[in-house]
Every structure is written in C-alpha cells, then in structure tokens.
Design a protein around this ligand. Structure first.
Ligand code: MG
Length: 460
C-alpha cells in the first residue's frame, strides 16, 4: 500500500500532492477510525503560520465533522502547544496542520493521540487503510459533529512550562536572550514565555508569516547568520532559534557559536539524570555516545530505540524515563509532556545555566567531544532487507566487533568507536554513520564499512 504518512505525518506541495481532496479524505478516515472506539470523539485542530493552513484545516475539519467528531479549532499554535492542549484538556485526538521546517510551498497533516504523543505507526496505518479502501463511516444528519473555537491554548501551555521550571531562579539571572522564531508558530509563544521568565528579549523574525521572509525555516547554521552575529555583538547571554512549528530549538552560545543538537541533547540528559541521581534516558541508535557518557556518569541508564520521536516518546512512557530526545534539537521532558518541545527546552536550558551559574559555552565545553562521519550510497528498495541480513551475518564473524545492535539497521560497537549502517526509509539509499574520539578514525571506520556494504549491494 502507498504510504501517506512519512516520518512526520503527511507532507507535500500545496495543491499538488497536498490538496483539499486529500485533506478531506484524511479527515473522514480519521473520524471513522476514532468513532470505532469512542462514541462522540472530541478533536482539537491547530495550524502553524503557513498560507495554505485555512484551506487544509477546513477540509480536515469537514471530514471529521462528517464522521461524527466534535472539532475544536485552537488557532495558530506551535505543535507542542497543540499536543499539550490535547493532553491537558482531555481531547481524544489532535490534528496539527504544519510542514515543520519545510519551505513555504509545503504543508502537512500530523496526528496526535489522546495522551499528547504523536500518532504511532499502527494508528497511521489504520487511518491509511480506511482512506485507501474508502470505508468511511459517515453519520446521519442529526449526528454530524459540532464545530467551535477555543483561544486558551497558548495561555494553558505557557502556564504548564512555568510550573515545570524554577521561575524565580531563572528570573534572578535577568538573562538577555536573542530569539529567532523564523516567522514560525513559536512567535506567538516564546517571546511571552521569556518575558515571564524575567529575560530581556531581542527579537528576530518573531512575527508569524507563512512566506518565511526572514530566513529559511530549518535552523541550520547557514540560515542563522543574523542570530549568530547578533548574540556576541550585543553581549547577550544566549541565542535561540526555533523551526517552523517550534518543536525543535537550536542554541547559540554567548560567543556566537552554533551548538549542534547532539550537544544540547546531551546537556539536557546530563542535568535530568544529575538532578535525580540517575534514571533512564531514551534516544535513537543514531545519537552520539556523548549522551551515554553523561548519563552513565550520573549513574543513569540509556535505552536506544529505532529512529523517530514518537518511538522515543512511547519508550519513555513505558520505562518511566527522566529524559529523552533526538539530536536534531528535539528534546523531550516528561515533567511537561512526552513530545519534542522547544519552548520547554529553552526554559530548561536557562534553568541549567542559572542553577550551575555557568555560561552556555562553559556548560557545552564540559560535554565529551566526538567526531562523526556520515556517508551514503545508492541501494534499491527491494535489496534493502537482504543487504541488512547479510550485513548482520557477515559482521558477526568480525573479531573487531565488540557488540552488535540491530534495533534499527546494523550498529557495530568497535574498540575505537561505532558504525551504524541503515537503509533510508524513503529514499533508495543506504547510510553509513560512524563516530570516534578522533576525526581520521571516524572517517576510516565509515569508509571501511561503506566498502563492505557496497560489496554486499553489488553481489546481492
Ligand atoms: Mg518541527
């Protein structure tokens, strides 16, 4: 079956593959799915700042209403704000219309479960099945859903964050923060939150605008030149940038250094476990070993999962983890909610800076350093499974391999680092990542195993 849902919901170019017909059909299928177990489902719907939001929100809502769901429109909100609203206000499901960091011509539909987590793959597959088989269960005229609006979502969310951090401690430091919302949904939340935390805020692109006039929505170093320049120029304490739907945050230290997400993730893990004398921290197999180092130093334990934030969140719930996340700047704090949450990450990083009485660069310098090397090669979809199997069998015999992890792809722990070989879920390619304390070693490991994978692909 064609898969509509990718790693982050359904995405596409507006009025090409992402159009009202698709959105209406998804709304009907979603409603049909919910009605199977709930008599009168209540669904919250929100959007980021894109120009096509009104069109897609109304189409999805119409589908849900026709299947007998009540729909509450919470307006323009960050993805984590919608997720928090679903959890706190006891909705049965949530819909966010967003294409996250993608360019403005894109938009998407993402599903939220009743506990505020992203939809699991099973739920997505059930909805897809109903959609493709057109087995919509539309209700009679008396049972069509009610539609209403609610504008309390952002207040609820900001209050939630303020309850989860030490506000007085952060306030006492009078931090100066340069905030770059990239004209995304964070514009409506983060400036307010920072002011509540007693910060002086210098705003860059904090007006929601779906054409993204300020910068490209993906918080990569090349898109954050203004922020990187501004922080040291005005002697601010920290800079922070959010992606389009504000689930991810990237930090800039007081010297203007771009901090990659793996370091921020490790920093979050370090202080989550330090404050609790250990505990479980969860992250995918792809994350750097710096995560393990800091957690183990505090007597904690690391659980590695398949790639994907919904999987990380679910394992965190199951294992009662104290922290989790992905190295793209998506940090998950269970004291707030089980999803990537950039505003919460910002509040927490300020709390850590305040508690430790250290600058961000000092805190980051204490995180162990590793070198990463990433490469890829073509591999047809139909060969991926057999290549993985052969790879696992062949490498098990290799005496250099200390441990093999087949959680997602094949990860080999070697005496001087690790290598992960993993097929892409969507593209006809195979990726090889390696990590070591030393740059040349990381490169050598990756290239050695790239050759092994290529040989297997060619001989399969
Ligand atoms: Mg995002």
């Amino acid at each position: 079956m064609t898969r509509l849902f990718g790693t982050n919901g359904i995405r596409g170019v507006v009025n090409e593959d992402m159009n009202c017909d698709l959105a209406l059909g998804i709304g009907k299928a979603w409603g049909t799915f919910l009605k199977k177990s709930i008599n009168r489902p209540r669904v919250a719907i929100g959007t980021d700042a894109r120009l096509s939001n009104y069109m897609l929100k109304n189409a999805v809502s119409a589908g849900l209403l026709s299947a007998g769901c009540d729909v509450v429109d919470v307006g323009l909100v960050p993805t984590p704000t919608l997720q928090y609203t679903v959890k706190e206000r006891d909705f049965d499901s949530g819909v966010i219309i967003t294409a996250s960091h993608n360019p403005p011509q894109f938009n998407g539909i993402k599903g939220v479960a009743s506990d505020g987590t992203e939809f699991s793959k099973d739920v997505e597959e059930d909805i897809e099945k109903i959609y493709f088989e057109k087995k919509f269960n539309l209700v009679g005229w008396r049972d069509v859903g009610f539609f209403s609006t609610w504008n309390g979502s952002i207040d609820l969310y900001i209050k939630g964050i303020l309850k989860a951090v030490d506000v007085e401690l952060i306030k006492s430091k009078h931090f100066h923060v340069v905030l770059d919302c990239g004209n995304g949904a964070g514009s409506l939340v983060t400036p307010r939150l920072l002011k509540e935390l007693g910060c002086k805020v210098t705003e860059l692109y904090c007006e929601p605008d779906g054409t993204f006039p300020g910068r490209n929505s993906e918080p990569l170093p090349e898109n954050l030149t203004e922020l990187i320049k501004t922080v040291p120029m005005i002697n601010a304490d920290v800079g922070v940038a959010q992606d389009g739907d504000a689930d991810r945050a990237i930090f800039i230290d007081e010297k203007g250094n771009y901090i990659w997400g793996d370091k921020t993730l490790a920093l979050g893990a370090k202080y989550a476990t330090k404050n609790r004398d250990g505990g479980i921290a969860v992250t995918p197999v792809t994350t750097s070993s710096m995560f393990d180092d800091v957690v183990k130093e505090n007597g904690g334990e690391v659980i590695r999962t398949k790639v994907g934030s919904p999987i990380v969140a679910r394992v965190m719930i199951e294992k009662k983890a104290v922290f989790g996340g992905e190295e793209n700047g998506g940090l998950i704090f269970p004291e707030m909610q089980y999803c990537r949450d950039s505003a919460m990450a910002i509040a927490k990083i300020l709390e850590i800076m305040a508690k430790e009485n250290k600058t961000l660069s000092e805190l980051i310098n204490e995180i162990p350093q590793y070198e990463v090397y990433k490469t890829k090669m073509p591999c047809p979809h139909e060969k991926k499974e057999i290549v993985m199997k052969t790879l696992a069998e062949q490498t098990k015999k290799n005496s250099d391999v200390l441990k093999i992890d087949e959680t997602d792809g094949v990860k080999l722990y070697l005496k001087n680092g690790w290598v992960l070989m993993r097929p892409s879920g969507t593209e006809p390619i195979f990726r090889v990542y390696s990590e070591s304390k030393d740059k040349n070693t990381a490169e050598n490991i990756a290239l050695t195993y790239k050759k092994i994978v290529e040989d297997i692909i060619n001989n399969t």
